[in-house]
Design a protein around this ligand. Structure first.
Ligand SMILES: C[S@@+](CC[C@H](N)C(=O)[O-])C[C@H]1O[C@@H](n2cnc3c(N)ncnc32)[C@H](O)[C@@H]1O
Ligand SMILES: [Mg+2]
Length: 922
């Protein structure tokens, strides 16, 4: 578009908030509060209140009255709505009424004139501080405001410039030319100097205004020291820390200019704010890059360049690192700093920026920072379970990554996978010992189905898509695995994308074929055209710590308790930079309680390797090759000392660590990894078999948890008409309700297995209390529940269930303690180094931390036989996992009770349970 030509772009409607601001300025006071709304619709009939997303409500206080908005998902919308309500009250109809569509050029000029007004100088605004500081500049600089800051700190200004020429976003020089043009229309009141790239008010501000401005500032400090980071343009030179000394009455941009080798602020360009880990959502974040305007636009040739509306390719010293951080091309040295003026105070706001921040831009960098272990942590290769994950979750990491790279928020879509299970063959399958013992790393802990041996049974799959800001699809990930929990599916998909991006960032020159095939492995497809466009400025900012360089020294007695894959390991460690010869040592990183899951690649390889050789209580010392300097500096506390050490010969990293404790894999993870089909599925199949044989029409699941049994039963054709679940965990019941509801709501057609079902109810209550609504059912199940109660409560439950509930058949399952030795041996996967000695020297623990007891076959049989005898039931024993005729029996032992007589007594109406969810087919 020709400059100064007719407006080609319709001017945006002024927002209600802006109109309020025009009328009331700082007298309009907005207060936004968070509201947690409960949502009802997700699962009709569910009586447990559901937490909805966080909403915002805004109260706008004006001198005469105040208004309160409805609730909104975004703070911004709540504020605008409150402003709109206030306008309505004030009788100001619509913004468009009194603003005739204006030429953006006229608006730009009038905005510029406002910026140089007395009023603006006194106001609190991120830009007005620059105007005030300009008045303190000395000599010929006095009163000069650098043009570059105008559009950076005034959003109104920058959006007007964008509406005139959208290209200004990628080329700050274009903005400057627009401003000079606007200033020329104000000659007489504002003077602009092209050579100095600055503007000045022609008539001085009235002295009383200047005085009031000086009084505004709290000039307690003589000078302030601000830590910043210097990024040289040559990649060979290291990024280094730097301290700025800004006089309290000085102009910080002049100080930055000096560091960049310039005489004053006029030639300093300022980037948009950069998004780094931890600064998200923090209003005060002001991290920006400061750099020198390209030489070609300075001096005599400036006018030519400034007046051209096309971006001119600039040759010179491209600063690849700074360009990557900012997302646009930057030439020459750059400084990363967090300084600026705010809406809140006339004083300068600043935060120290460390090299820490600098390493956060690649996916693994954010993960490392979230673990506070830049050297030791690595982005894990697998998401096993939520409980075993340490540090920020993959989904959050991915969102941060997208924000940092100016992409749209990732789009997650859930695919419910409810494929019905194939009719199962033999019930009691042989124990399947996985070759590696770490099935999790292939499929994910809750992932069911590695495609080969385990049938797909999960409920949730998740796909994730990454779009550019212009909505071009860049990356698409459709994992094969399905998960029991929706959240696990989301985390798994996010991690796949991150892992793939991480591979790319570690090797940016990776050939396309390699990139494609590494994507295939992770179920990822990408669109090279858009991918390379979005990531054209990327830099490999850091690398990994090297391997160990000499033998590992292990000290302390062998306790026999060693971790292997799937174990949670807790260590204490220190990593120091040491020099050969004249021995010097500097602490770089340490952690007193550092936990990681073995076999997922969540720590550097030497840490995992060392941990497998250690037992609990032992300490080890070893040396590692140096990683890239930036990584060490990012972790180091005293970067200048580290920099000086790094110049001496023979540097390496010395690591000392002690193995504090290990935690075995959880029970259900073992059940899935070690059995085919998983034990939980075998229990369902056992129950289905009994339902079929007994023609049961009603079933109650005591301790139903998240409804895994009830949910799975619906996939089999059975005679069931009524199913009920009871539990004391509201959280689990809520999950159960959602899962069962989603399945039942699709079961209207008569071909689905559960079509005969008439009613499903979930109760909150303890199974040691009787409730007459559950009296005399055909089948009661109580799977893997009693061991979660104290032993006396388990006895009580036995009596209550057989005397009061009186089901025709009762199935109770619980772990067989004698089988643990096999589980632990398999988990240790130490077939090669004499497994028996290791596992037998350590006493067998329970399978799950929540178990109050685990019974041997003998103990279980005694409990069940006595119980049956006392209540006129027969009992037979069976199990799943393992075999009856092979030591040590089944993994899960089962007692099947059958009522001997009829049960015709009258029961008093007793309602001890609370209905939590109730469904019926009508
Ligand atoms: C390991 S889970 C088993 C869940 C389910 N039966 C299954 O097989 O997936 C044990 C469940 O028992 C429940 N539970 C423990 N004590 C209970 C009690 N006194 N009354 C009801 N439920 C109980 C717990 O809340 C938990 O959901
Ligand atoms: Mg259990």
């Amino acid at each position: 578009m020709e400059m100064g030509g007719p407006p080609a772009v319709a001017v945006k409607k002024i927002s209600p908030k802006a109109i309020i601001y025009q009328r009331f300025g700082s007298q309009a006071c907005y207060t936004v509060e968070e509201v947690q709304e409960s949502i009802q619709n997700e699962c009709p009939g569910l009586a447990i209140p559901q937490k909805g997303p966080c909403l915002y409500r805004c109260c706008l206080q004006l001198p005469e009255f105040s208004v309160v908005s409805e609730t909104f998902k975004r703070k911004k919308d709540a504020e605008q709505s409150a402003a709109e309500m206030a306008l309505l009250k004030l009788g100001i109809n619509d913004a468009t009424d009194d603003t005739t569509v204006q030429d953006p050029w006229d608006e730009l000029v009038s905005r510029l004139s406002y910026l140089f007004s007395n009023e603006f100088l006194k106001s609190l605004h991120p830009l007005s501080g620059h105007f005030r500081a300009a008045l303190q500049r000395e000599g010929r600089l006095n009163g000069l405001v650098p043009i570059s800051v105008l559009a950076v700190y005034d959003t109104k200004f920058s959006s007007l410039c964008k509406s005139i020429n959208p290209k200004v976003e990628s080329n700050p020089l274009l903005i400057m030319s627009l401003m000079l043009k606007a200033a020329s229309r104000l000659s007489g009141s504002v003077s602009a100097s092209e050579e100095q790239l600055s503007m000045k008010r022609e008539n001085p501000y009235p002295p009383e205004i200047v005085q009031s401005v000086v009084d505004q500032q709290s000039s307690l400090l003589d000078s302030i020291l601000i830590k910043v980071v210097r990024i040289p343009y040559s990649v060979e030179k290291t990024v280094e820390p730097l301290t700025l000394n800004v006089a309290s009455n000085g102009y910080y941009l002049d100080i930055i200019a000096q560091e960049l080798g310039l005489t004053d602020a006029s030639k300093v360009l300022v980037s948009r704010t950069l998004i780094f880990y931890r600064t998200i959502g923090k209003a005060s974040s002001e991290k920006r890059l400061y750099f020198c305007a390209p030489e070609s636009c300075l001096g005599d040739s400036s006018s030519e360049l400034l007046h051209s509306t096309e971006s001119v390719p600039l040759n010179g010293s491209l600063n690849a690192r700074a360009s990557y951080l900012s997302g646009h091309l930057i030439y020459g040295h750059a400084i990363l700093a967090s300084i600026g003026y705010t809406w809140k105070s006339a004083d300068l706001f600043y935060e120290d920026v460390s090299l820490h921040t600098y390493c956060s831009k690649i996916p693994s960098g954010v993960y490392k920072l979230s673990r506070e272990a830049i050297l030791a942590a690595e982005l894990p290769g697998a998401f096993t379970t939520r409980t075993n994950w340490r540090g920020s979750f993959p989904r959050d990491l991915l969102c941060t990554f997208c924000r940092q790279h100016h992409l749209s928020e990732p789009v997650f879509s859930n695919v419910n996978s409810l494929e019905s299970l194939p009719e199962s063959p033999g019930l009691q399958k042989k124990l399947k010992v996985t070759e590696s013992g770490n099935a999790e790393t292939n499929g994910g802990g809750n992932a069911v189905g590695d495609g080969k041996s385990v049938a797909a049974k999960g409920t949730f799959k998740c796909e994730v898509k990454i779009f550019s800001k212009c909505q071009d699809l860049i990356i698409e990930c459709s994992p094969k695995e399905s998960f029991k929990k929706q959240n696990d599916a989301i985390q798994n998909a996010s991690l796949k994308v991150l892992s793939w991006l991480n591979k790319y960032f570690k090797k940016l020159d990776m050939p396309l074929e390699e990139l494609t095939s590494s994507g295939d492995v992770l179920d990822i497809q990408f669109h090279p055209q858009f991918f390379f466009k979005e990531f054209s400025l990327c830099m490999s900012v850091n690398g990994t710590v090297g391997d160990t360089v000499c033998p590992i020294t292990i000290e302390g007695p062998d306790s026999g308790v060693s971790p292997s894959n799937g174990y949670l390991v807790c260590i204490i460690y220190t990593i120091c930079l040491v020099t050969e010869g004249e021995y010097m040592k500097e602490l770089i990183e340490s952690n007193e309680e550092f936990e990681f899951e073995m076999g997922t690649g969540s720590v550097i390889s030497s840490f995992e390797a060392v941990a497998t050789q250690m037992s609990v209580g032992q300490s080890a010392r070893f040396y590692m090759d140096l990683p890239p300097q930036e990584l060490i500096l990012a972790s180091a506390r005293d970067s200048s000392r580290v920099l000086s050490l790094l110049t001496s010969r023979g540097c390496s990293l010395e690591c000392s660590t002690t193995l504090l404790r290990v935690t075995e894999p959880l029970e259900d993870r073992m059940e899935q990894a070690l059995f085919s089909p998983p034990l939980s599925k075998q229990r369902v199949e056992y129950a289905v078999q009994q339902i079929k044989e007994s023609c049961a029409t009603s079933l109650v699941d005591f301790g139903c948890g998240s409804g895994s049994l009830l949910d799975s039963l619906l996939e089999y054709p059975t005679s069931l008409e009524k199913i009920v679940g009871v539990d004391i965990s509201r959280k689990s019941l809520t999950r159960a309700a959602k899962i069962i509801h989603s399945k039942l709501s699709r079961s209207s057609d008569a071909t689905v297995p559960s079509a005969g079902l008439k009613s499903a109810v979930l109760y909150y209550g303890s199974i040691t209390d009787f409730d007459s609504r559950l009296y005399g059912f055909d089948i009661g199940t109580c799977l893997e529940v009693i061991e979660h109660m104290e032993e006396d409560q388990a006895h009580l439950f036995g009596d209550v269930v057989l005397t009061s509930f009186c089901p025709r058949i009762l199935i109770v399952s619980t772990p067989n303690y004698e089988y643990n030795v096999i589980l632990q041996r398999s988990a240790l996967q130490s077939q090669e180094d004499d497994p028996d000695e290791k596992t037998q020297s350590q006493s067998c623990k329970f399978r799950n931390h929540d178990h109050k007891f685990e019974w041997t076959r003998e103990q279980f049989s005694q409990w069940a036989s006595n119980l049956a005898m006392r209540h006129n039931y027969s009992v037979e024993f069976s199990g799943v996992g393992g075999a009856v005729d092979r030591e040590p029996g089944f993994a899960s032992q089962i007692a099947l009770f059958r009522r001997e007589g009829e049960c015709l007594r009258n029961v008093d109406v007793t309602h001890n349970y609370e209905i939590v969810w109730d469904w019926n087919s009508t």
